[in-house]
Design a protein around this ligand. Sequence first.
Ligand code: HEM
Length: 67
Amino acid sequence: MGIAGAPKLGDRSAWEARIAQGANVLYEHSIKGYTGTKGMMPAKGGNPALSDAKVQAAVDYMVENSR
Ligand code: HEM
């Protein structure tokens, strides 16, 4: 939804350079969290109960719907 500077699902221009980093960088950033130029991505979206596999599946979904 673009909360707090997050890239929106389906926003190709917001995702292009992110996707180009490769899936492993996207997985690491979403599982461990990171701070970029747009804001702070919380580890596991703020839900530590999520498994790594579930977070990775969510990233795959976001990428597939944003390229
Ligand atoms: C499980 C849920 C979530 C997943 C799978 C997810 C995934 C991602 C991915 C893949 C990126 C791009 C990483 C990169 O470019 O290297 C990202 C960026 C970001 N996310 Fe999330 N996210 C989630 C939830 C959230 C939530 C709840 C927030 C805000 C409260 C958030 C805020 C952000 C922000 C601000 C960025 C951009 C940081 C920057 O590059 O400056 N995300 N997220």
